[in-house]
Ligand binder design. Structure first.
Ligand code: PNS
Length: 164
């Protein structure tokens, strides 16, 4: 895994402590990690790609080998563009598996030079999802256990302003 560029792709709408845990662990395994905000055709993001990139950049600012970008195209093409050898994804539960397995096989077909590496989520974050964070915050409840501290206020302000 030395000298391999790894990509951590996702919607990150918004980035959670669960995502950040995967990003940190990937940064310990690969010499360079690119976190990339992408479009998931089945989701309608609340935050713009620029907002999501900014939030991840703030949350991951202390990890030296991590950079953050956005890309509006195929992950397999992005990996080729960056010369990446690995795609790192977090797996929370069996319910994630089928979808992630399908994506990994498709990406391998489209770009045979890239391996998908699954990291099992930290058990603490097993239940966590960006959709739950958005729902809880928009109802005015506390999300401080779920999102990185440095971006907590940005998320709360943005999601609660819709109710005012
Ligand atoms: O955080 P998510 O929503 O589970 O991430 C999914 C994402 C954005 C990585 C996936 O939808 C994706 O790779 N989108 C880019 C377009 C693409 O390559 N689609 C084909 C996937 S096999």
């Amino acid at each position: 895994m030395k000298n391999t560029i790894a990509i951590c792709p996702g919607s990150f709408d918004p980035v959670t402590v669960g995502h950040l845990d995967i990003i940190k662990r990937a940064a310990g395994m690969f010499n360079k990690v690119i976190v990339v905000v992408m479009t998931n055709a089945s989701k309608h993001p609340k935050f713009t790609a620029e907002e999501r990139v900014r939030m991840i950049s703030i949350a991951a600012a202390d990890i030296p080998n991590v950079t953050v970008e956005s890309y509006d195209g195929l992950l397999a093409d992005y990996a080729a563009l960056k010369g990446a050898g690995a795609i790192v994804k977090g797996l929370r539960a069996m319910s994630d598996f089928e979808y992630e397995f399908q994506m990994a096989l498709t990406n391998k077909k489209l770009n045979p030079n890239v391996e998908t590496v699954f990291l099992t989520t930290n058990v603490e974050y097993m239940y966590l999802s960006s959709s739950m964070v958005k729902e809880i915050a928009s109802m005015g409840a506390d999300i401080s256990d779920f999102v990185p501290e440095q971006i907590h206020d940005i998320i709360v302000e943005r999601l609660t302003s819709e109710r005012k």
